[in-house]
Design a protein around this ligand. Structure first.
Ligand code: C2E
Ligand code: CA
Ligand code: CA
Ligand code: CA
Length: 278
């Protein structure tokens, strides 16, 4: 059979061997990376589309590897998921993200924080308690934490994952359907998932000024989401023209290089202060 032949070939594919060795070396270093802060959390600001005011941030994990340099989460998150090593990493990111956001609200700003959650984590029976503990540690309200979910397809087909999602939502945590409009997230999930927010994928957003089809898709998505009572976030907003178009369509929140790139906490804090005229 073709697929079997394919699998056998992979065993001898030197590139695959390299990948496997690379994955193994990353995972053997993961605990060390967390302990030594090779792993750190960057914050990308989110702004009100209409006013430009910074209202929160998304936490994005970074790995500053001593020999390989800065490794993208797209490279090590899937490896950690596959190796069942996502637990401690998630707990680390959540703790740093909430701690950072709490240090901003302590300055008197209202500020919410979004964290990407691997749906694998929803199988952890004590996830809700783990999050409660972190929020309590930093005295941060449930309603100011958003969990961004990408693999929504997997989620709705797993009763256990769906039940955990509902539990988190009932605790007051905000749920966002990430990469909305791509293969992973379609209309059906708006119906099936407890969610407060729809985050439109940047591949639809970046070209709305020039591409009529993208414009229609984004505008219709905003209308559907609003009619269902969801907040709409557009990601990948890189230009003022795109922001203006989104405001015209009623988009609530924007994120992207126009508002700011992912930065360390201190830089974000300065940004929040400046953004509010301090
Ligand atoms: P995502 O959740 O879709 O995050 C947005 C990605 O788009 C980020 O890449 C961000 O740096 C990038 N981006 C933001 N604004 C712009 C823009 O204006 N233009 C362009 N071209 N790109 C922009 P990043 O940081 O490399 O993260 C990649 C993905 O890794 C994330 O995609 C998310 O799915 C995943 N990820 C990151 N941190 C975590 C984490 O702590 N846990 C989990 N499970 N996944 C994470
Ligand atoms: Ca995200
Ligand atoms: Ca996204
Ligand atoms: Ca993504």
């Amino acid at each position: 059979e073709a697929s079997q032949a394919n699998d056998i070939w992979k065993l001898y594919d030197p590139h695959r061997q390299d990948e496997a060795a690379w994955a193994l070396s990353l995972m053997s270093r993961l605990d060390h990376a967390i302990d030594t802060q090779e792993l750190w959390v960057a914050f990308q600001p989110k702004a009100s589309a209409a006013s430009g005011e910074i209202i929160g941030a998304e936490a994005l994990v970074r790995w500053q590897h001593p020999t390989r340099g800065l490794i993208s989460p797209d490279q090590f998150i899937p490896v950690a998921e596959e190796a069942n090593r996502i637990d401690r990493l998630t707990e680390f990111v959540l703790d740093r993200a909430v701690e950072g956001a709490a240090s901003i609200t302590a300055l008197g700003h209202s500020f919410s924080i979004a964290v990407n959650l691997s749906t694998q984590m929803l199988l952890r029976p004590d996830l809700s308690e783990m999050i409660d503990t972190i929020l309590a540690r930093h005295q941060f309200p449930h309603a100011s934490l958003t969990l961004e979910i990408t693999e929504t397809g997997q989620l709705v087909s797993s009763p256990l994952k769906l039940a955990m999602m509902k539990k988190l939502s009932q605790r007051g945590i905000q749920v966002s359907i990430d990469d909305y409009g791509t293969g992973n997230a379609t209309l059906e999930y708006l119906k099936l998932l407890p969610s407060n927010e729809v985050k439109i994928d940047r591949r639809f957003v970046f070209n709305i000024v020039n591409d009529q089809l993208d414009r229609i898709l984004v505008e219709s998505t905003i209308d559907v989401a609003h009619n269902l009572g969801r907040t709409v976030v557009a990601e990948g907003v890189e230009s003022e023209a795109v922001r203006a178009a989104l405001v015209g369509m009623g988009c609530d929140v924007i994120q992207g290089f126009l508002v700011g790139k992912p930065v360390d906490l201190e830089t974000l804090k300065r940004r929040v202060g400046i953004g509010r005229g301090q």
